[in-house]
Design a protein around this ligand. Structure first.
Ligand code: GAR
Length: 355
């Protein structure tokens, strides 16, 4: 059990006696505290500041179900207690099974009892109000943070879960893969929408294709660093724009820059790359030239998750094509791309279902 957790009302009564002896003021509040949010945090810290120690009494799971409905609680009493005990201004947490708080109020007999601003002293349950008056407990109603409640949080979450998933494409080149992804989205086959296309090349074809589909197309200044890496400022701008557009998944399609932090962590498991070889063969540049020069009989494309290495992330799908005896890198690339155009939208669609 977490530090501060009190498992019985007897234990809480003896805590009260200790406080009486040391002349300290005990504050009590109660509620379900099902989905901790900033409104709870501010309310509880304000309550704690009224005395020397704060006890939070939480409804057991059955009483939350009775009070709030069959889908609640979201978190079990044990989990709720653990989260509350982790707040530095909460001294003790106790679980009580009644719908009403009278039993805890009676057992703990606090100096101050607080409720949130959705109550007034007169709207407290009669039984609780009579008990508080009889025991001479001060009632303090504390203001709530507007818009921050468990039900508002739940409805925001339901709305977020319902909205179409949003994809961003990053590319440096002609954008034939971006076109196939945009077309899949337009045909309702992507399982989401393309909400943003970005390029590190201001006149890249991929930006024109995005505009053709009516999708915001943004050129990012990559800055100048040794080795052509994106500058920290460029990475920050990309991340800021992805977050501002509420992007769920990033698809790199012919993006010739190396992606690094903070982008990697922000989109861990949610950033895909397309590479024209059967990885782990030929990562990095000139994959088609390397496959032909090595005398390979086949090549293909790999769609993989992006990690800190160059083309080293978890492989999600590969498609194979033969290499012809008289192949040129351009001919091989074109053959690979016909596979890419079909495979990439499918992998994006599968990935969107899992995030
Ligand atoms: C794609 O063929 C992709 O495999 C390759 O760039 C091409 C982009 O074409 N990616 C890499 O080489 C990544 N190392 P596109 O702009 O027409 O989609």
């Amino acid at each position: 059990m977490p530090k501060g957790f009190i498992s019985s009302l007897e234990e809480i009564a003896s805590l009260r006696q200790e406080f009486e002896k040391s002349g300290k003021k005990l504050v009590l509040t109660n509620g379900a505290f099902d989905l901790l949010h900033v409104g709870h945090v501010r309310y509880l810290s304000e309550a704690a500041a009224l005395g020397d120690a704060l006890v939070v009494a939480i409804n057991g799971d059955d009483s939350v179900r009775e009070l709030k409905g069959p889908g609640r609680p979201i978190n079990s009493a044990e989990e709720r207690a653990e989260m509350l005990c982790a707040l530095h201004f909460v001294d003790h947490v106790v679980v009580f099974e009644d719908r009403r708080a009278s039993c805890v109020i009676e057992a703990i007999h606090p100096h101050i009892y607080t409720k949130g601003g959705d109550y007034t002293p007169d709207s407290l349950i009669d039984e609780e109000r009579a008990l508080l008056d009889r025991l001479g407990i001060e009632i303090r109603i504390l203001s709530l943070v507007p818009g921050k409640s468990t039900s508002a949080t739940l409805s925001d979450m339901a709305e977020a879960a319902d909205r179409p998933k949003r994809v961003a494409i990053l590319g440096s080149g002609t954008g034939s893969n971006a076109r196939s992804i945009l077309q899949a989205a337009a045909d309702g086959k992507l399982g989401g929408e393309v909400a943003l296309v970005m390029s590190d090349v201001s006149n890249a074809g991929i930006l024109d294709i995005a505009a053709e589909f009516g999708v915001p197309a943004i050129a990012i200044d990559p800055g100048t660093t040794k080795g052509g890496h994106l500058t920290d400022a460029a990475l920050k701008e990309i991340l800021d724009r992805l977050q501002a557009a509420s992007i769920d998944l990033v698809a790199l399609a012919g993006f010739t820059r190396i992606v690094r932090e903070p982008l990697l962590s922000a989109f861990a498991g949610k950033m895909l790359n397309l590479h024209p070889s059967l990885l782990p063969k030929y990562p990095g540049l000139h994959a088609c030239i390397k496959a032909i020069d090595s005398g390979d009989a086949e090549s293909g494309c790999t769609i993989h998750l992006v990690d800190a290495g160059v083309d080293t992330g978890e492989i999600l799908r590969q498609e194979r094509v033969p290499i012809q005896p008289d192949d040129t890198p351009a001919a091989l690339q074109a053959r690979i791309q016909t596979k890419e155009h079909v495979a990439y939208p499918k992998v994006i669609s599968e990935r969107l279902k899992s995030i």
